[in-house]
Design a protein around this ligand. Structure first.
Ligand SMILES: Cc1cc2nc3c(=O)[nH]c(=O)nc-3n(C[C@H](O)[C@H](O)[C@H](O)COP(=O)(O)OP(=O)(O)OC[C@H]3O[C@@H](n4cnc5c(N)ncnc54)[C@H](O)[C@@H]3O)c2cc1C
Length: 384
């Protein structure tokens, strides 16, 4: 019998699988996709995420396959730009999620996790209506029940398990969508991630290996949204600062679009089920730290699963919620505050004024978004 079933082989699921497999646990990871697969993302790995990947001894290949990011540049419509490097030799990385997620999946498999691709979880197996005991999986047209002592839902923002069990939902507001694509020949790229804040939307740009750029628009839907690619191109060409940089740019991938982005989770699971990564809630991509929550959340879920297996604990989801709050609550408050600030014209205007008067404030926001504290103090200590 599978001891731990993990649904979703994104960064949260594979990190949890890696930790459990290294501890000698019989773990099965299922994913509806086949890898390598694309995933709409800004493709930046912030310094805090990198500290976690280093703590898990996963950083070598990731560093080889990626570009170093010295820091971030944030601009406003008025042309004001604040550049902040992380400093002290601290860097983030940029690489396509197609590659990052494959590296993590291979590491989990190498550690001993069994991986089944093209296998979609359709529902949780419930015992007495209160305890999750595995999940039903649909693979190659066949439905199978996979019983497990612990199930980890790491199946992303639209988590089948968390939504169907009433543990997560999309809030009525904000309802933002992301539209992204890879491009070549974007002028003016540097060794920094970019965030261009505008009334009603923002554009993230990241340089990638091979002369590619990840270009991603986050917007609240309005007329014209019917063709996401047209909206992305129109936004770029109407932008007073960005338009010149995209004159020669060419598409290097199809356009991807997803949303609404925000997901609220009411808890960290229920008896027999633990949530990890975006399945446990997602605020907004602006701060570029979702991967840190996913990787660290995967470690925390794995630790909670080990407590069930070793000590028969039935309250692991409650303990996980407490640990997630200790690790994430302050940063999530920061993220929610920023999301609210840039969500209104008045808030954005206020932010621009503050940035003009005290650019150091924006620099400290950039460092906070980058989870620099983890890079400085080391990620392992965070779970001690
Ligand atoms: C537009 C955008 C830009 C972003 N940019 C950044 C960034 O630059 N840096 C950063 O750190 N974070 C960024 N994020 C956040 C980051 O992408 C997520 O936080 C991260 O992917 C979460 O990882 P995860 O493992 O929880 O979920 P995912 O990466 O979504 O993985 C979930 C996996 O579950 C699988 N799955 C789903 N349903 C099922 C099912 N029913 N059965 C089986 N498998 C299933 C999927 O195929 C997928 O492989 C961004 C997010 C968005 C939306």
């Amino acid at each position: 019998m599978v001891e731990v079933l993990i649904v979703g082989a994104g960064p949260a699921g594979t990190t949890a699988a890696l930790v459990l497999a290294r501890a000698g646990v019989r773990v099965l990871v299922v994913d509806r996709a086949r890898f390598p697969r694309d995933k709409l993302c800004g493709d930046t790995v912030n310094p805090g995420t990198l500290a976690w990947l280093r703590a898990l001894r996963l950083d070598d290949r990731i560093e080889r396959e990626s570009l170093a990011l010295d820091g971030m540049m944030v601009t406003s419509r008025s042309g004001q730009a604040v550049v902040s490097d992380y400093g002290r030799g601290i860097r983030g990385r940029a690489l396509p999620r197609r590659l990052l997620d494959l590296v993590l999946l291979e590491a989990a498999a190498h550690a001993g996790a069994r991986v089944e691709q093209g296998a979609r979880a359709t529902e949780a197996i419930l015992e007495h209506g209160t305890t999750v005991r595995g999940a039903s999986i649909l693979a190659r047209g066949r439905r199978t029940r996979i019983p497990a002592r612990v199930t980890i839902a790491a199946d992303g923002r639209r988590s089948t398990l968390a939504f169907s069990l009433g543990l997560a939902r999309q809030p009525a507001a904000p309802r933002r969508w992301a539209i992204g694509m890879y491009m070549t020949d974007v002028a003016g790229l540097s060794a920094r991630g970019e965030m261009h804040l505008r009334p009603g939307h923002y554009v993230g740009i990241a340089p990638l290996p091979g002369g590619l750029a990840n270009v991603c628009l986050v917007v609240t839907p309005r007329p014209g949204f019917g063709d996401p690619g047209a909206l992305l191109r129109a936004t770029l060409s109407a932008d007073p600062i960005l338009s010149e940089r995209f004159v020669a740019a060419r598409a290097a991938s199809p356009v991807s679009c997803l949303g609404p982005l925000a997901v609220d989770a009411s808890c960290a699971g229920m008896p027999g089920l633990l949530l990890a990564g975006d399945a446990a809630g997602f605020i907004d991509p602006m701060t570029g730290d979702g991967l840190r929550f996913a990787v660290q959340g995967g470690v925390l879920a794995a630790q909670a699963a080990l407590e069930v297996l070793e000590h028969g604990r039935t309250d692991a989801h409650v303990r996980l919620a407490r640990r997630r709050a200790e690790a994430f609550a302050a940063k999530q408050r920061f993220n929610r505050t920023l999301r609210a600030l840039i969500g209104t014209r008045a808030g954005l205007g206020l932010g621009q004024l503050a940035a003009r008067l005290t650019p150091s404030l924006v620099r400290s926001f950039i460092r906070r978004a980058g989870d620099i504290d983890l890079a400085v103090h080391g990620a392992e200590k965070d779970t001690a």
